[in-house]
Write a protein that binds this ligand. Structure first.
Ligand SMILES: Cc1ncc(COP(=O)(O)O)c(C=O)c1O
Length: 451
């Protein structure tokens, strides 16, 4: 870019780096032979092509419905889809809480004090919801509504790297909280909060961003008890902060569960709705090309997000919202999700088997119960970063992964681990997954030994 054109840019325009997703996509597209275990694409083979065609015919075949769908909608989003989404979410949480209570049944068979009926239904009200262009837009709106330059957001270590891109662009200072195989590390959260309080920076802390289900990149799920405890901890520091500290629960992968029980969302916790922003999406469980997401949030925040969205686009594409609404009404959506869960269970088994077969015992990985990712660690001293020789060797062997280090915030209080990789079994076929992991295994053997 010439210096004269650069001078016209805003501070935000000048500051924004190219997100890693851009160069990952460019790499994948520029090498036709490349097997990408990198981009978080969903399963190509089972994308609902015929189902979407029938939904479209259904919508456009009815003149009144069709014309309404081809017209602008509202900024907040279609009332029918909000109603359907709110009901689905409530039912999901009711079932998850009932299951949770059951699993805590004592030996005398008494139910836990918490029952499904104790949920605060108003937390799920369609009036509290905004439909967005993917849940990505909701993440952006939340940052825009809550954070000025230099404000602080707590994120998991590691976290969704595209969220870190938003933060970088908006000059938000992200601080990492350790993530354990069973979710957010509460001691680490408390230590971060204490540190911020001592330094006076707590006044800049706006929210904790938590990818709570089958997290991107680690596939870790944070339990109900840990989520509730994290929210309680944040509230303890609100007096020092001088304002509410929110918790943004990103549930992008919630529906892609293939093992274990669903975990209730934070909306199910009594009194939590006034501090929780819940972000969900129809993109991953149905079709990523239909970017419809949603968010539920406290009223004061929602008013601001609606104003901002009004400036962004004054409403998510109406036709796409109608496709999603119709897919739920007809049962096509539920059928598709059930099929996808089975599909991802099979593909996860393929990648885990391939890792077992091809990676030496000096490597380790977390077994996913849902989502699209396998978080894989090379030996501690290994360097898997984009500029390193190993990444290049993998690329020369025509296999691509996401270097784990891009998933860590630039937090000076700890080094960024460099030996990890995010692998996905989402987009590639089973054969491609097997071959991709075989190539990766060869590169690992060459650099870090075969045992
Ligand atoms: C954790 C997480 N949140 C949000 C999103 C955004 O998804 P979408 O905008 O398609 O809903 C993604 C996409 O990969 C994600 O991984």
């Amino acid at each position: 870019m010439s210096s004269s054109s650069k001078s016209a840019l805003s501070a935000l325009g000048r500051r924004s780096d190219a997100p890693p997703i851009t160069w990952l996509m460019i790499l994948a597209l520029s090498r036709p032979k490349l097997i990408s275990l990198a981009a978080g694409f969903t399963d190509q083979e089972t994308l609902p092509n015929t189902e979407t065609l029938s939904l479209l015919t259904d919508i456009l075949g009815d003149s009144k419905r069709g014309k309404a769908a081809l017209q602008y909608g509202t900024t907040q989003g279609d009332p029918v889809l909000r109603e359907l989404t709110s009901l689905r979410l409530l039912q999901q949480d009711q079932a998850a809480v009932a299951r949770w209570a059951e699993s805590r049944c004592d030996s005398a068979g008494n139910r836990s004090a918490v029952s499904a009926t104790s949920l605060d239904v108003s937390a799920y009200a369609p009036e509290r919801m905004i439909l967005t262009h993917g849940s990505q837009q909701l993440l952006y709106l939340t940052c825009e509504a809550l954070c000025d330059e230099g404000d602080i957001v707590l994120v998991e270590d590691p976290t969704y790297f595209v969220f870190l891109g938003i933060a970088q662009s908006r000059a938000i200072d992200c601080r990492g909280v350790k993530l354990d195989p069973d979710g957010l590390d509460l001691d680490s959260l408390e230590a971060q909060l204490e540190r911020l309080k001592k330094s006076g920076e707590i006044k800049k802390l706006k929210f904790l961003y938590l990818v709570s289900y089958y997290q991107n990149p680690s596939s870790v799920t944070t339990s109900r008890a840990k989520k509730a405890a994290a929210l309680k901890l944040l509230r303890r520091y609100e007096r020092a902060a001088g304002h509410p500290i929110y918790l943004l629960e990103d549930a992008a992968y919630r529906e892609l569960r293939f093992e274990g029980d669903d975990v209730p969302s934070l909306l199910a916790e009594p009194g939590a709705a006034e501090r929780v922003i819940y972000a969900g999406t129809y993109s991953k469980p149905f079709a990523t090309g239909i970017r419809v997401g949603f968010g539920l949030m406290p009223e004061a925040l929602q008013t601001v997000c609606l104003r901002l969205k009004g400036n962004h686009d004054f409403g998510t594409a109406n036709l796409l919202q109608q496709i999603v609404a119709r897919s739920i009404q007809t049962g096509i959506y539920a059928k598709h999700v059930a099929m996808l869960r089975k599909r991802y269970a099979d593909k996860a088994a393929v990648i885990l088997h391939a890792l077992e077969e091809n990676l030496p015992s000096s490597c380790s990985w977390l077994k996913p119960n849902g989502g699209l990712y396998v978080w894989t660690a090379l030996p501690k001293h290994a360097k898997a970063g984009q500029k390193g020789k190993f990444f290049q060797a993998a690329l020369d062997a025509e296999v691509l992964y996401v270097p784990g280090e891009v998933c860590y915030a630039e937090d000076k209080s700890r080094p960024r681990p460099a030996n990890e990789m995010r692998l996905t079994f989402g987009g590639a076929s089973e054969d491609a997954i097997r071959e991709g992991v075989r190539r990766l295994g060869k590169a690992v053997g060459k650099f870090y030994g075969k045992s």
